[in-house]
Design a protein around this ligand. Structure first.
Ligand code: NCD
Length: 305
Protein backbone atom coordinates (compact mmCIF):
# COMPACT_ATOMS: atom_id res chain seq x y z
CA UNK A 1 0.00 0.00 0.00
CA UNK A 2 1.26 3.47 -0.83
CA UNK A 3 0.46 6.62 1.13
CA UNK A 4 0.19 9.91 -0.75
CA UNK A 5 2.94 11.47 1.42
CA UNK A 6 6.53 10.66 2.41
CA UNK A 7 6.73 12.90 5.50
CA UNK A 8 3.88 13.35 8.01
CA UNK A 9 3.67 16.89 9.37
CA UNK A 10 -0.06 17.60 9.56
CA UNK A 11 -3.31 15.66 9.25
CA UNK A 12 -4.30 18.11 6.50
CA UNK A 13 -1.98 16.08 4.22
CA UNK A 14 -4.09 12.94 4.52
CA UNK A 15 -6.67 11.85 1.98
CA UNK A 16 -9.55 9.62 2.97
CA UNK A 17 -7.70 6.77 1.23
CA UNK A 18 -4.57 7.44 3.34
CA UNK A 19 -6.56 7.44 6.57
CA UNK A 20 -8.43 4.26 5.64
CA UNK A 21 -5.17 2.52 4.65
CA UNK A 22 -3.54 3.38 7.98
CA UNK A 23 -6.57 2.19 9.98
CA UNK A 24 -6.69 -1.06 8.04
CA UNK A 25 -2.97 -1.64 8.52
CA UNK A 26 -3.25 -0.81 12.23
CA UNK A 27 -5.89 -3.53 12.58
CA UNK A 28 -3.46 -5.98 10.99
CA UNK A 29 -0.71 -4.83 13.34
CA UNK A 30 -2.98 -5.40 16.32
CA UNK A 31 -3.56 -8.97 15.15
CA UNK A 32 0.20 -9.38 14.63
CA UNK A 33 0.86 -8.17 18.19
CA UNK A 34 -1.41 -10.91 19.54
CA UNK A 35 0.49 -13.55 17.50
CA UNK A 36 3.93 -12.54 18.77
CA UNK A 37 7.18 -11.54 17.10
CA UNK A 38 7.68 -9.88 13.73
CA UNK A 39 10.85 -9.02 11.86
CA UNK A 40 9.21 -6.79 9.26
CA UNK A 41 11.53 -3.85 10.02
CA UNK A 42 14.48 -6.00 11.06
CA UNK A 43 16.93 -4.05 8.90
CA UNK A 44 15.60 -0.57 9.84
CA UNK A 45 16.63 2.07 12.37
CA UNK A 46 14.40 4.78 13.81
CA UNK A 47 15.89 8.07 15.11
CA UNK A 48 13.65 9.20 17.96
CA UNK A 49 14.33 12.89 18.72
CA UNK A 50 12.30 14.35 21.59
CA UNK A 51 13.13 17.97 22.38
CA UNK A 52 10.03 18.40 24.55
CA UNK A 53 8.72 16.13 27.34
CA UNK A 54 6.89 12.99 26.25
CA UNK A 55 6.19 9.63 27.76
CA UNK A 56 3.42 7.93 25.79
CA UNK A 57 4.34 9.15 22.33
CA UNK A 58 8.03 8.34 22.64
CA UNK A 59 7.54 4.99 24.36
CA UNK A 60 4.84 3.88 21.93
CA UNK A 61 6.93 4.83 18.87
CA UNK A 62 9.92 2.99 20.28
CA UNK A 63 7.78 0.02 21.29
CA UNK A 64 6.24 -0.05 17.79
CA UNK A 65 9.69 -0.14 16.19
CA UNK A 66 10.90 -2.89 18.55
CA UNK A 67 7.73 -4.94 18.01
CA UNK A 68 8.52 -4.97 14.27
CA UNK A 69 12.09 -6.09 14.91
CA UNK A 70 13.65 -2.67 14.19
CA UNK A 71 16.13 -0.69 16.25
CA UNK A 72 15.96 2.76 17.82
CA UNK A 73 18.44 5.59 18.36
CA UNK A 74 17.14 8.22 20.72
CA UNK A 75 18.00 11.74 21.77
CA UNK A 76 16.05 13.55 24.45
CA UNK A 77 15.94 17.07 25.85
CA UNK A 78 16.86 20.25 23.99
CA UNK A 79 19.60 21.10 26.49
CA UNK A 80 21.58 17.96 25.61
CA UNK A 81 21.33 18.37 21.84
CA UNK A 82 23.21 20.17 19.09
CA UNK A 83 20.13 22.34 18.56
CA UNK A 84 21.00 23.89 21.90
CA UNK A 85 24.48 24.67 20.55
CA UNK A 86 22.84 26.56 17.70
CA UNK A 87 22.57 23.87 15.04
CA UNK A 88 19.64 24.39 12.68
CA UNK A 89 16.79 21.88 12.47
CA UNK A 90 17.76 21.33 8.81
CA UNK A 91 21.31 20.31 9.75
CA UNK A 92 20.03 18.08 12.56
CA UNK A 93 17.83 16.26 10.01
CA UNK A 94 20.68 15.87 7.50
CA UNK A 95 22.77 14.37 10.27
CA UNK A 96 20.09 12.05 11.70
CA UNK A 97 19.23 10.89 8.17
CA UNK A 98 22.78 9.52 7.84
CA UNK A 99 22.25 7.28 10.86
CA UNK A 100 18.62 6.22 10.58
CA UNK A 101 16.02 5.15 7.98
CA UNK A 102 13.17 7.18 9.49
CA UNK A 103 12.99 10.12 11.92
CA UNK A 104 10.39 10.98 14.56
CA UNK A 105 10.70 14.41 16.20
CA UNK A 106 8.90 16.36 18.91
CA UNK A 107 9.91 20.00 19.24
CA UNK A 108 8.51 22.96 21.23
CA UNK A 109 8.18 25.31 18.23
CA UNK A 110 5.10 25.38 16.03
CA UNK A 111 6.29 25.05 12.43
CA UNK A 112 9.46 23.13 13.37
CA UNK A 113 8.07 19.92 11.87
CA UNK A 114 7.50 21.51 8.44
CA UNK A 115 11.10 22.77 8.43
CA UNK A 116 12.39 19.34 9.45
CA UNK A 117 10.36 17.57 6.76
CA UNK A 118 11.65 19.93 4.08
CA UNK A 119 15.23 18.97 4.93
CA UNK A 120 14.96 15.32 5.92
CA UNK A 121 16.66 12.85 3.56
CA UNK A 122 14.54 10.00 5.01
CA UNK A 123 10.82 9.78 5.94
CA UNK A 124 9.99 12.18 8.78
CA UNK A 125 7.12 12.05 11.30
CA UNK A 126 5.93 14.96 13.44
CA UNK A 127 5.40 13.80 17.04
CA UNK A 128 4.16 17.24 18.16
CA UNK A 129 5.38 20.72 17.20
CA UNK A 130 4.52 22.94 20.16
CA UNK A 131 0.90 24.14 19.94
CA UNK A 132 0.80 23.19 16.23
CA UNK A 133 -0.11 19.60 15.38
CA UNK A 134 0.19 16.02 16.57
CA UNK A 135 -0.88 13.90 13.59
CA UNK A 136 0.00 10.46 14.96
CA UNK A 137 -2.06 11.08 18.09
CA UNK A 138 -4.97 12.01 15.79
CA UNK A 139 -4.54 8.73 13.91
CA UNK A 140 -4.65 6.67 17.08
CA UNK A 141 -7.65 8.71 18.25
CA UNK A 142 -9.38 7.95 14.94
CA UNK A 143 -8.58 4.25 15.26
CA UNK A 144 -9.96 4.29 18.81
CA UNK A 145 -13.19 6.04 17.82
CA UNK A 146 -13.77 3.50 15.06
CA UNK A 147 -13.15 0.61 17.44
CA UNK A 148 -15.25 1.97 20.26
CA UNK A 149 -18.20 3.26 18.21
CA UNK A 150 -18.07 0.85 15.24
CA UNK A 151 -18.07 3.65 12.64
CA UNK A 152 -16.56 7.04 11.84
CA UNK A 153 -19.44 8.46 9.86
CA UNK A 154 -22.29 10.56 11.20
CA UNK A 155 -20.85 10.90 14.70
CA UNK A 156 -21.36 13.76 17.14
CA UNK A 157 -17.91 14.58 18.53
CA UNK A 158 -17.45 16.93 21.49
CA UNK A 159 -13.98 18.34 22.18
CA UNK A 160 -13.52 19.93 25.59
CA UNK A 161 -10.88 21.87 27.49
CA UNK A 162 -7.93 23.73 26.03
CA UNK A 163 -8.90 23.89 22.38
CA UNK A 164 -6.56 26.81 21.69
CA UNK A 165 -3.24 25.19 22.58
CA UNK A 166 -4.28 21.53 22.47
CA UNK A 167 -2.56 20.32 19.31
CA UNK A 168 -4.22 16.90 19.42
CA UNK A 169 -7.62 18.58 18.99
CA UNK A 170 -6.37 20.53 15.98
CA UNK A 171 -5.05 17.43 14.24
CA UNK A 172 -8.03 15.22 15.09
CA UNK A 173 -10.70 17.73 14.02
CA UNK A 174 -9.07 18.13 10.61
CA UNK A 175 -8.73 14.35 10.25
CA UNK A 176 -12.39 13.75 11.15
CA UNK A 177 -13.43 16.24 8.49
CA UNK A 178 -12.72 13.42 5.98
CA UNK A 179 -15.76 11.50 7.28
CA UNK A 180 -19.26 12.48 6.12
CA UNK A 181 -21.86 13.63 8.59
CA UNK A 182 -19.51 14.20 11.53
CA UNK A 183 -20.60 17.16 13.66
CA UNK A 184 -18.64 18.89 16.38
CA UNK A 185 -19.29 20.64 19.68
CA UNK A 186 -16.22 22.65 20.75
CA UNK A 187 -16.51 23.22 24.49
CA UNK A 188 -14.02 25.55 26.14
CA UNK A 189 -13.64 28.68 28.23
CA UNK A 190 -13.79 31.71 25.92
CA UNK A 191 -10.04 32.30 26.36
CA UNK A 192 -9.23 28.81 25.01
CA UNK A 193 -11.44 28.64 21.93
CA UNK A 194 -10.68 26.49 18.91
CA UNK A 195 -8.53 28.39 16.36
CA UNK A 196 -9.91 29.62 13.08
CA UNK A 197 -7.36 27.47 11.18
CA UNK A 198 -9.39 24.43 12.32
CA UNK A 199 -12.94 25.74 11.93
CA UNK A 200 -12.15 27.03 8.44
CA UNK A 201 -11.36 23.44 7.38
CA UNK A 202 -14.69 22.21 8.78
CA UNK A 203 -16.59 24.98 7.00
CA UNK A 204 -14.84 24.12 3.75
CA UNK A 205 -15.94 20.48 4.20
CA UNK A 206 -19.52 21.59 4.92
CA UNK A 207 -19.50 20.07 8.43
CA UNK A 208 -21.61 21.50 11.26
CA UNK A 209 -20.00 22.72 14.47
CA UNK A 210 -20.94 24.78 17.51
CA UNK A 211 -18.78 26.58 20.08
CA UNK A 212 -20.00 26.66 23.70
CA UNK A 213 -18.43 27.49 27.05
CA UNK A 214 -19.88 24.65 29.16
CA UNK A 215 -19.05 20.94 29.40
CA UNK A 216 -22.63 19.62 29.73
CA UNK A 217 -23.48 19.35 25.99
CA UNK A 218 -20.58 16.89 25.65
CA UNK A 219 -22.31 14.33 27.86
CA UNK A 220 -24.86 13.56 25.15
CA UNK A 221 -22.40 13.32 22.26
CA UNK A 222 -21.12 10.02 20.83
CA UNK A 223 -17.56 10.91 21.85
CA UNK A 224 -16.35 13.37 24.49
CA UNK A 225 -12.66 14.16 23.90
CA UNK A 226 -11.31 15.78 27.07
CA UNK A 227 -8.00 17.67 27.15
CA UNK A 228 -5.59 19.13 29.69
CA UNK A 229 -5.11 22.89 29.90
CA UNK A 230 -1.63 23.22 28.38
CA UNK A 231 0.31 24.90 31.19
CA UNK A 232 3.55 25.13 29.21
CA UNK A 233 1.95 27.35 26.54
CA UNK A 234 0.82 30.08 28.96
CA UNK A 235 2.90 33.21 29.47
CA UNK A 236 0.73 34.27 32.45
CA UNK A 237 0.82 31.76 35.34
CA UNK A 238 -2.21 33.35 37.04
CA UNK A 239 -4.26 32.93 33.86
CA UNK A 240 -3.35 29.22 33.81
CA UNK A 241 -4.36 28.81 37.47
CA UNK A 242 -7.70 30.49 36.76
CA UNK A 243 -8.47 28.26 33.77
CA UNK A 244 -6.85 24.92 34.63
CA UNK A 245 -9.95 23.38 36.18
CA UNK A 246 -12.58 25.13 34.09
CA UNK A 247 -14.05 21.73 33.15
CA UNK A 248 -13.95 18.64 35.36
CA UNK A 249 -15.66 15.42 34.31
CA UNK A 250 -16.86 13.21 37.18
CA UNK A 251 -18.50 9.81 37.42
CA UNK A 252 -21.79 11.38 38.58
CA UNK A 253 -22.15 13.39 35.40
CA UNK A 254 -21.89 10.18 33.34
CA UNK A 255 -24.78 8.33 35.05
CA UNK A 256 -27.04 6.86 32.36
CA UNK A 257 -24.85 8.25 29.53
CA UNK A 258 -23.50 6.23 26.62
CA UNK A 259 -20.84 8.74 25.53
CA UNK A 260 -17.33 7.38 24.92
CA UNK A 261 -14.79 9.42 26.90
CA UNK A 262 -11.37 9.92 25.32
CA UNK A 263 -8.32 11.88 26.52
CA UNK A 264 -4.85 11.94 24.92
CA UNK A 265 -3.35 11.90 28.45
CA UNK A 266 -1.72 13.01 30.68
CA UNK A 267 -4.74 14.18 32.67
CA UNK A 268 -4.17 16.63 35.47
CA UNK A 269 -7.47 16.58 37.29
CA UNK A 270 -9.93 17.20 34.44
CA UNK A 271 -11.29 13.62 34.67
CA UNK A 272 -11.76 12.33 38.21
CA UNK A 273 -10.49 8.80 38.82
CA UNK A 274 -13.99 7.45 39.59
CA UNK A 275 -14.66 7.69 35.84
CA UNK A 276 -11.95 5.08 35.12
CA UNK A 277 -14.08 2.09 36.11
CA UNK A 278 -17.06 3.14 33.95
CA UNK A 279 -17.62 1.53 30.53
CA UNK A 280 -17.55 5.06 29.05
CA UNK A 281 -13.85 5.48 29.91
CA UNK A 282 -11.82 4.54 26.83
CA UNK A 283 -8.68 6.62 27.43
CA UNK A 284 -6.39 3.84 28.58
CA UNK A 285 -7.44 1.63 25.68
CA UNK A 286 -6.80 4.70 23.49
CA UNK A 287 -3.23 4.97 24.84
CA UNK A 288 -2.72 1.27 24.08
CA UNK A 289 -3.81 1.80 20.48
CA UNK A 290 -0.77 4.05 20.00
CA UNK A 291 1.41 1.00 19.40
CA UNK A 292 -0.43 -0.73 16.49
CA UNK A 293 -1.18 2.62 14.83
CA UNK A 294 2.47 3.68 14.98
CA UNK A 295 3.57 0.22 13.80
CA UNK A 296 1.30 0.69 10.78
CA UNK A 297 2.66 4.14 10.00
CA UNK A 298 6.31 3.10 10.33
CA UNK A 299 5.80 0.08 8.08
CA UNK A 300 3.87 2.05 5.46
CA UNK A 301 6.35 4.94 5.33
CA UNK A 302 9.24 2.49 5.06
CA UNK A 303 7.53 0.76 2.14
CA UNK A 304 7.14 -2.53 4.03
CA UNK A 305 3.37 -2.78 4.19
C1 NCD B 1 -0.61 15.20 24.23
C2 NCD B 1 0.45 16.08 23.61
O1 NCD B 1 1.63 15.85 23.83
O2 NCD B 1 0.04 16.98 22.88
N1 NCD B 1 -0.10 14.06 24.83
C3 NCD B 1 0.18 12.97 24.06
O3 NCD B 1 0.87 13.02 23.08
N2 NCD B 1 -0.42 11.83 24.41
C4 NCD B 1 -1.56 15.93 25.10
C5 NCD B 1 -1.02 16.75 26.23
O4 NCD B 1 0.18 16.83 26.46
O5 NCD B 1 -1.87 17.34 26.91
Amino acid sequence: MMLSFRHLVSTSQLSRADADAILLQAGEMEALLKKGKSDLLGDKILASLFYEPSTRTRLSFESAMHRLGGRVLSAEGLQFSSLYKGETIEDTMMMAGQYADIIVMRHPDKGSAAIAASASPVPFINAGDGPGEHPTQALLDLYTIQKERGTLEGLHIAMAGDLLYGRTVHSLSVLLSLYPGVRFSFLSPKELRIPEKVTSVLRASGLAYEELDTLAPGLDADVLYMTRVQKERFTDAAEYERLKHAFILTGDQLKGKTVTVLHPLPRVGEITTDVDALPNAAYFRQAGNGVPVRMALLALLLGKA
